[in-house]
Design a protein around this ligand. Structure first.
Ligand code: IMP
Length: 191
């Protein structure tokens, strides 16, 4: 089966390719000649994932999946959520995002948060959703230099370290994205 992952990110693509059986030929957007940004204008992570997968499935008439991820902070009513990448502005600066989030949580005791990844898969015009959630807390200040995005301020439940202090292999066994991708892979490999 031919399948497209609606991403321009080569790292995300090769990660999933390695886990798939040979019966599935996976291509990224660049490999099908799609170099434009896919619209993501929804108000929820679910809607954004669906918007991206259906845009590609419709435009290229191909089976496809797309992912969308956000950090949801309980005290901030689920913010930054869909705005995680551009929380502090269109520059999408991770340090500015972290600074803004920490200042919005200054003196706040409830620091509960969760990362959520949603994958929308469209096969023969039918949609399947796969979710991965990791609960945790927001630290008082950034710690660690690994990873990306909000990793320096996110401590997953059951751990004392931020994601940014963990080796990739460790984060990759417990992360929201890994949980969602594993569900997707399990589904695809039994088709
Ligand atoms: P995307 O949907 O994978 O592009 O993620 C949207 C935004 O969520 C990213 O730009 C990051 O700010 C944040 N994010 C997603 N996944 C992670 C993660 O594993 N660690 C830290 N931040 C993340």
């Amino acid at each position: 089966m031919n399948l497209v992952f609606a991403t321009h990110n080569p790292n995300k693509l090769s990660e999933v390719k390695e886990l798939l059986q040979n019966s599935i030929s996976l291509k990224g957007l660049d490999e099908i000649g799609c170099f434009s940004e896919i619209p993501e204008t929804g108000n929820t992570i679910e809607v954004n994932a669906t918007q991206k997968s259906s845009f590609v499935a419709n435009k290229y008439q191909i089976n496809c999946f797309a992912d969308d991820t956000g950090l949801e902070v309980e005290y901030l009513n689920g913010e930054p959520g869909v705005y995680s990448a551009r929380y502090a502005g269109e520059a999408k600066d991770p340090n500015a995002n972290i600074e803004l989030l920490l200042s919005n949580l200054k003196g706040v005791e409830n620091r509960k948060a969760r990362f959520k990844t949603v994958i929308s898969l469209i096969i023969n015009n039918e949609e399947f959703l796969f979710k991965g959630i990791v609960n945790g807390v927001i630290s008082e200040s950034p710690i660690g230099s690994k990873g990306f995005g909000y990793d320096p301020i996110f401590i997953p439940d059951g751990y004392t370290k931020t994601f940014a202090e963990m080796d990739f292999e460790v984060k990759n066994t417990i992360s929201h994205r890994a949980l969602a991708v594993n569900k997707l892979i399990g589904f695809l490999n039994q088709l």
